[in-house]
Design a protein around this ligand. Structure first.
Ligand code: DAH
Length: 358
């Protein structure tokens, strides 16, 4: 047994010197110390050793085992050091002056337009609110004076969820919660002024002008004695800021159950100045923003007394504004995930469209 153990030790010593890396060493460990390794098979031979010599033989094998275990540990430290040195030498071959070609990320054009609008509104004292994308029927419709079975629901083909909720079809869905949240402003003799941008969903057939996912920015202002002239003045001032030029607006009647009266607000075409061009389909006007005086029922649902307070609301189409701003002809660009198209926009100053994006 002593002879066999010594032979095993010699064998191991020869092999361990040839190990060049941690993987070689692991192989060796399995070969000698593994369950079916050489040490284990020597142990199993113990049963053939006469009883009076068993103890001594067992000790001899254990010593060899200890020796192998220690040698593997030491060799491992040595190999780790060699590996580190190799990596350091390899790093010296690395050229830190080599130009980095990685592309930078960029903001989505709708994010750019949204941020610019938020800055403009914030400067006019508006708070900015975020609102859920999943809402209930009450907030999306009933609180907005659109009862069940009202034909106005047909204008917004809605995605209903199995949880009795739905994907909000317009940012107006936040109006009720916003009015309630900001009641304290009126109590403190300040107007409610809030914008709430958000993503909306409708079951639209997708083409160059329609998407089932799009962005709006809704705004409300409520106080004592707010009238249509406030609405017109305010929208004109705000849009002149947005487009960085003096803007002429006009109101056409429009029907939305949550405003009375309701309007479609047009701006005089910023490209031809009202003379007529392909962008405004020769009409001289661009349809921009539905708006109106908040319906008394909506104020009541929001906990406000319509005898005491009045207000206006508007729903800017952010996606539409981004298309106008950048001359994007096809709405599908926004959700295309095509980085080549989406990464070319940098700032969102609303002058004339500079380039066409296909
Ligand atoms: N929520 C309407 C829609 O998406 C747009 C709208 C119309 C919003 C009139 C308003 C408004 O705030 O006053 O079709």
């Amino acid at each position: 047994m002593l002879e066999k153990a010594q032979q095993l030790k010699l064998q191991f010593e020869e092999k361990v010197n040839t190990a060049k890396n941690p993987a070689d060493l692991e192989q060796l460990r399995i070969e000698f110390l593994g369950k079916k390794g050489s040490v284990a098979s020597l142990m199993s031979e113990l049963r053939n050793v006469p009883n009076d010599q068993k103890k001594e033989a067992g000790q001899i094998i254990n010593e060899v085992k200890q020796f192998i275990e220690n040698a593997i540990k030491e060799k491992n430290v040595e190999l780790q050091k060699l590996e580190e040195e190799r990596l350091i030498n390899a790093a010296e071959d690395y050229d830190v002056t080599f130009p980095i070609t990685e592309e930078k990320g960029s903001y989505h054009p709708i994010t750019l337009v949204q941020r610019e609008l938020e800055d403009i509104f914030a400067a006019m004292g508006f708070s900015i609110e975020d609102y859920d994308e999943i809402v209930d029927d009450y907030h999306c419709f009933e609180a907005l004076n659109i009862p069940k079975h009202h034909p106005a629901r047909d204008m917004q083909d809605t995605y209903y969820l199995s949880t009795n909720q739905l994907l909000k079809t317009h940012t107006s869905a936040a109006q009720n919660a916003i009015l309630k949240k900001y009641t304290s402003e009126l109590e403190a003799d300040r107007p409610i002024r809030v914008i709430f941008p958000g993503r909306c969903f409708r079951n639209e057939k997708i083409d160059a002008c329609h998407e089932n996912t799009f962005f709006q920015m809704e705004g409300v202002m409520v106080d004592k004695d707010i009238s249509i002239s406030n609405l017109i003045y305010f929208m004109k001032t705000m849009l002149s800021e947005v487009f960085q030029q003096d803007i002429t607006v006009r109101l056409r009647p429009g029907f939305f159950p949550f405003v009375e009266p309701g309007f479609e607000l047009d701006i005089q075409c910023t490209i031809c100045g009202g003379k007529g061009c392909p962008s405004c389909k020769d009409s001289g006007w661009l349809e921009l923003c539905p708006c109106g005086m908040i319906h008394p029922n909506v104020l009541t649902a929001g906990g406000l007394d319509p005898e005491k307070y009045t207000g206006f609301a508007f729903g800017l189409g952010l996606t539409r504004l981004a298309m106008m701003r950048y001359g994007i002809k096809d709405i599908r660009v926004f959700n295309s995930c095509n980085l080549k198209s989406l990464s070319q926009f940098e700032n969102a100053t609303f002058t004339q469209p500079e380039k066409e994006v296909k």
